[in-house]
Design a protein around this ligand. Structure first.
Ligand code: 5AD
Ligand code: SF4
Length: 408
């Protein structure tokens, strides 16, 4: 049997896409390997959200030139968002590339493989089961047009999967031993179907046999509405953590980013989420072209006011073809300084959030006999041992800033 090595860059959506593409390779004679050296085929699934991410994927591809020379019959597939952006022209720079498959072509991946001529139907291996979380893609694409973002270009407009298919996928994952289901989409909570809302879908997935907990990523603040919160607030299987990208704390910059909300609207939504027990992490961009020192300070103050449990901070990266890429860039030194200051500010967030869990009764989904995650997404260690995948209620009695501890 031939061996497949997978290298995935970027978000959870890409991890799920890699799984989907790998499934097609497992019915065409391949089994997975974790060792590049013993692989016959490498699948590189790429990200282009920032230049740095794309650069990493391309330099990995550069290193594969030598890998391919070392043994005859070796093949390379370059897939995902960077493949979508750069297209077939990649084959000019990297002539040893066998297949280029953009993120928007994932539905046609199997046909593309069959056209390639070097794969044939043959029994292959099984994916390696890791962890307790089963990923289910529920929508793809994005109908927003944030002025800095390349995602709508490479991923295209929103396409929602039918709820029947989603429920079937989630039930399958649960029966395979994944008690936690993570629903995925670029703007996951834009999911809709005639007569059914995203809240309805979350409730239906959580009611499937074997599902202990449901999470979702990445939501857009626009769809965090009172109706949504009403729809989920009595369902404790919906984990009380949300990764809600704020991007900036300045209403002026948010408007120029075309995010569709102000700082005040965002803070109201954050407040409403907290009222029903959510911990909130976020993404922040520093150095958007029009960001003044005052705007940047607004982002710093948002971090304080919002009480995020974590924040991923990025330097603005101009993406060709986006409206913001036409604007004059700020000095790189300013970007670096601002990123440094923001990183210092967010460094203590997790520790403080862990401290705030002291004394609370939490629900833990066990990932090992003694360790698991709370619904609010904090790691916790238990004194007693439990069955992996079960949910226990327990009280938090101590925290070391990165891990919670319990009495029992
Ligand atoms: N520059 C920097 N960060 C970006 N992101 C998206 N586009 C850019 C860009 N051009 C960040 C946003 C988003 C996360 C996935 O990546 O914060 O939420
Ligand atoms: Fe990009 Fe904005 Fe769409 Fe998110 S909502 S993928 S940041 S355009």
């Amino acid at each position: 049997m031939k061996k497949l090595f997978i290298q995935t860059y970027g978000c959870q959506m890409n991890l799920a896409d890699s799984e989907e593409m790998a499934a097609h390779l497992f019915t065409r004679g391949y089994m997975p390997t974790e060792q590049l050296e013993e692989a016959d085929l490498v699948l590189v699934n790429t990200c282009t959200v920032r230049d740095h991410a794309e650069h990493r994927a391309l330099s990995f591809l550069g290193r594969l030139r030598q890998w391919k020379r070392e043994k005859s019959g070796r093949r390379i597939i370059f897939a995902g968002c960077a493949a979508q952006r750069l297209g077939q022209q990649l084959k000019k720079t990297f002539p040893y590339l066998d297949i280029v498959s953009g993120a928007r072509e994932i539905d046609q991946f199997a046909q593309l493989l069959d056209k390639s001529g070097f794969l044939s139907d043959a029994p292959g291996g099984q994916p390696v089961q890791k962890g307790i979380t089963g990923y289910v893609t529920i929508m793809r694409g994005c109908d927003f047009a944030c002025s800095y973002c390349i995602v709508p270009t490479v991923r295209g407009p929103v396409k929602c999967l039918p709820s029947a298919e989603i429920l079937q996928q989630a039930a399958k994952k649960a029966s395979q031993g994944y008690p936690e289901i993570m629903l995925l989409g670029q703007t996951v909570n834009a999911w809709h179907e005639d007569g059914k809302t995203f809240a309805d879908l979350l409730n239906e997935v959580s009611a499937l046999p074997g599902v202990a907990r449901v999470r979702f990523v990445s939501p857009h603040p626009a769809f965090i509405t009172p109706q949504f919160l009403d729809g989920i607030k009595s369902n404790t299987k919906i984990a009380r953590h949300i990764h809600l990208p704020a991007q900036s704390g300045s209403s002026k910059v948010l408007q120029e980013m075309k995010r569709g909300y102000t700082r005040e609207i965002l803070l109201d939504k954050i407040h409403a989420l907290k009222q029903i027990g959510f911990s909130i992490s976020t993404d922040l961009i520093v150095g958007f072209p029009t960001e003044t020192q005052e705007d940047f300070e607004q982002t710093l103050s948002l971090v304080e006011q919002a009480g995020f449990s974590a924040a991923y901070c990025f330097k603005y990266s101009p993406r060709q073809g986006t409206p913001a890429a036409e604007m004059k860039l700020l000095d790189e030194k300013i970007l670096e300084q601002r990123l440094d200051i923001l990183l210092n500010k967010v460094r203590g967030l997790a520790e403080a959030a862990y401290q705030q869990q002291m004394g609370r009764t939490v629900e833990v989904l066990l990932e090992t006999p003694n360790k698991g995650r709370t619904g609010e997404d904090f790691w916790i260690q238990t004194q007693k041992s439990y069955t992996v995948g079960s949910v226990v209620q327990t009280e938090v009695t101590a925290s070391d800033g990165t891990l919670l501890f319990t009495r029992d």
